[in-house]
Write a protein that binds this ligand. Sequence first.
Ligand code: ADP
Ligand code: MG
Length: 274
Amino acid sequence: MMSSTPFFHVEGLEKRFGGFRAVAGTSFKIEDGSITALIGPNGAGKTTVFNLISAFLTLDSGLIEFRGSRVDGRRPHQVSRLGIGRTFQTTRVLRKLSVLDNVCVAAQNQPGERLRGAMFRPRYQRSEADVNRRALELLDLVGLSAMAREYAATLSGGQRKLLEFARVMMQEPSLVLLDEPTAGVLPTLGQTLIEHVKTQRRDRGTTFMIIEHNMDVVMSVSDRVIVMNEGMVIADGTPGEIQVNEMVIEAYLGTHHAPAGPAREPVPSGPDDD
Ligand code: ADP
Ligand code: MG
C-alpha cells in the first residue's frame, strides 16, 4: 500500500476515568470529503472520542492527526482553528444571546480567527452584514428563522440541536463532528439537516463524522460506518457490510430496538459555556 498522509486519523486512543477505560485503544481513518457514522450502544465511548478529538478531554495515550498536523496536545480553540468543528450531545447554546447572535458569534471561531476578542469584528473581508446574511440563511435552513430574535434559552431541546448545527456550519469547518444531531429533533427537520450535510459535502467537500442512533439516517447518509463497543472499534465498513456483521448485530443492532434517548453525558468544561 502506498503511504500517504491521511486526511484525519486517530491511533491507539485511550481515555480512562478512574480505573474505567472509556476509550480503550481506538484507531480509525477518515477520508477527505466522506461522511462517516459512528455508532454503538450507550456508553460505548463515542462522545468521549469526540471530546478527545476536539480537546475537551486530554487523552491518556495515542495520537490524533489532521492533515498531517498533530491535534492532540492542543486547546479546544486551536483545534477549532485547524478546521475541526463539533456539536454537543448535550447542547451548549449561549442562552442569554439571541438565536441569531448565537450563530453570528460562531463566525468568529474560524480558522485564522481568535476565539475570543472583538466579538463582532468582521473576519477577513466578511462584513457584519455578510455574517448576518449567512446566519439567517442557516437559521432558515434549520427552520429557526422565526425565532431569530428570541433568546436561545427559550428554544426546546430539539431546536437547540438545530441551532448548534447552524453554529458549527457558520464556522465553515473542513471536518465536522456531529453528536446525535437528530436526537429530539422533529423528523422532518432532522431530514432537512441530513440533506444539508449531504449538500455541504457535495458542494464544499466538507467531511462529516456523525454519532447517530437512527439506523435509517445512518444507512442513508453515510459512506462508511464505524462501530464502537466498550471503548473499542468492533467493526468498520460500508453501511451494507455493517448491517450484516454478526458482531455488530449482537453488540448493537439486535439489542437496540428503542434508544432510551440521549444518554446521561458527563459534560466536560470548555470555552463554549455561557
Ligand atoms: P457514548 O457517547 O458512546 O454513549 P460516552 O463516551 O459518553 O459514551 O461514555 C463512555 C463511558 O465513559 C460511559 O460509561 C460514561 O459514563 C463514561 N464517561 C464519559 N465521560 C466521563 C467523565 N467525564 N467522567 C467519568 N466517566 C465518564
Ligand atoms: Mg454520547
